[in-house]
Design a binder for this molecule. Structure first.
Ligand code: FAD
Ligand code: UDP
Length: 407
């Protein structure tokens, strides 16, 4: 094997896909990619469902980045559909009786998420909402957004009342569903992903580059991995091929001295020797309806009730047009990952304790100078797609610099 391949990449998601392409193309190296699933693309994989709707099998993925390098890099493998993600919260009214009977629908209402000045008016009524909006802007004159945890610290009673409203109607129940913990108990960077906006900008992301791969994520990955020096083997669990000797990574029992890039779970790679890293997993429920659209927005967050966190309707994201009125939606149910057969670890649960456990696996990996942990799972981080692309590019920059330095 050592003779046939110069590098080994485990996992064919963003981390593995970008690294394989870079090492093959820029480094002129022969790369073997081992992927456990029967497809490439990692969690960004998309495919047609049985009704011909393009769906994201492992949850909705919307591309956004503020890195021109990342956008330009991926643009080599795909054209883009212009798409800016907009999300609304759907929740029960606090006081359904205040709505005149003839105007009542299902006793629910919606407002934009991230919570913004329009959300404030939807929640408090136009006049009061607009007055409170002025108050909020005055409280944070130099900011365009504020995190919910920061807002809750504000001593002004009216600002505090807004904070409590947003906490109760946007964050606390959704976060309990997603993490089984309150916003105070989880890593603050997590809720900071969805700030309170001090403007009327109702886009979920504000990055300069946003969109969806025109033909989908999987064709983008196919082009990325389509290189004469890349060999992809699907349905192969690297643990069946890779083992560890004295400071050496072995491939099929033979020492492998080239770069080994591992993008799966670090704890699993080392046989859970230091214990299991905690994760959240998701159950996805796909439903298909005989109508053109199910909901008004790509994603609707159920921020107060329901067992699922959100519903995504893929046709909004992908722009797919079908002759028949048919649409597929996905509901996401979050729960603790147990490691049972068939479960996927989707979210690392970032905490000082879990980070310390991760550090033990990182130390184990460091015993093998040619082994690199890369990606959302392998690095135990809450990374978006673009962050992984950038990390893969930067790791390859370093590896290829070292190679040049050594030759
Ligand atoms: P993965 O995509 O998980 O790829 C790792 C690959 O390694 C997998 O294919 C796995 O099968 C394989 N593997 C693991 N172990 C082994 C082994 N032992 N042998 C062989 N193969 C192995 N990001 C965004 O930017 N925008 C979004 O809208 C967005 N939405 C998301 C929604 C959900 C529900 C989730 C969970 C994530 C979302 N993300 C989003 C994040 C995005 O999925 C990740 O940033 C990205 O997929 C990480 O790529 P990766 O290569 O690190 O990991
Ligand atoms: N969040 C929330 N209510 C919402 C949206 C998000 O409480 O309507 C919190 C929740 O804790 C969530 C986090 O913000 O886990 C990050 O949300 P994001 O939409 O970025 O999550 P992802 O798409 O990564 O699952």
């Amino acid at each position: 094997m050592e003779k046939s391949f110069d590098c080994l990449v485990i996992g064919a998601g963003y981390a593995g896909g970008v690294a394989a392409r870079e090492l093959a193309e820029r480094g002129g190296l022969r790369v073997l990619v081992l992927e456990r699933r029967d497809h490439i693309g990692g969690n960004a994989y998309d495919c047609l469902d049985e009704h011909g709707i393009l769906i994201h099998k492992y949850g909705p993925h919307i591309f956004h980045t503020s890195s021109k390098r990342v956008f330009d890099y991926l643009s080599r493998f795909t054209r883009w559909r212009r798409y800016q993600h907009r999300v609304i919260a759907n929740l029960p009214r606090d006081n359904p009786e205040v709505v005149p009977a003839h105007k009542r629908t299902d006793g629910r209402f919606c407002f934009p998420v991230p919570f913004n000045l329009d959300s404030l008016e939807a929640a408090f009524g136009k006049a009061e909402g607009s007055r409170l909006g002025e108050k909020l802007l005055a409280a944070y004159p130099a900011q365009s957004q504020v995190t919910i945890l920061e807002l809750r610290q504000n001593p002004d009673p009216e600002v505090a009342a807004i904070a409590e409203y947003v906490y109760e109607h946007v964050f606390v129940h959704y976060t309990m569903k997603q993490w089984g913990q309150t916003p105070e108990e989880i890593d603050p960077a997590t809720t900071a992903r969805v700030p309170v906006r001090l403007s009327r900008d109702d886009r979920y992301f504000q990055d300069p580059w946003q969109g969806m791969p025109l033909e989908g994520y999987t064709p983008m990955f196919q082009r990325m991995l389509d290189h004469p020096s890349i060999t992809v083997e699907l349905g192969v669990d690297a643990r069946d091929r890779v083992s560890f000797g004295e400071g050496q990574v072995l491939l099929d029992g033979v020492p492998f001295s080239g770069p080994v890039i591992f993008t799966g779970q670090a704890d699993e790679l080392f046989g859970f020797q230091d214990g299991r890293l905690p994760y959240r997993t998701l159950d996805f429920r796909l439903e298909t309806y005989d109508r053109q659209f199910y909901q008004s927005h790509g994603t609707v967050n159920y921020t107060v009730d329901e067992d699922f966190t959100r519903i995504t309707e893929f046709k909004h994201l992908t722009g797919q047009r079908l002759q028949d009125p048919v649409t597929s939606i996905m509901k996401e149910y979050s729960r603790a990952y147990t490691g049972a057969e068939g479960e996927t670890p989707y979210y690392a649960i970032i905490s000082p304790e879990n980070n310390a456990l991760y550090a033990k696996y990182q130390a184990r990996a460091e015993a093998y100078p040619n082994l690199h942990l890369l990606g959302r799972l392998a690095e135990y981080k809450y990374y978006n797609m673009d962050a992984i692309v950038l990390r893969a590019l930067e790791l390859c920059d370093r590896l290829l610099e070292d190679k040049e330095g050594n030759s």
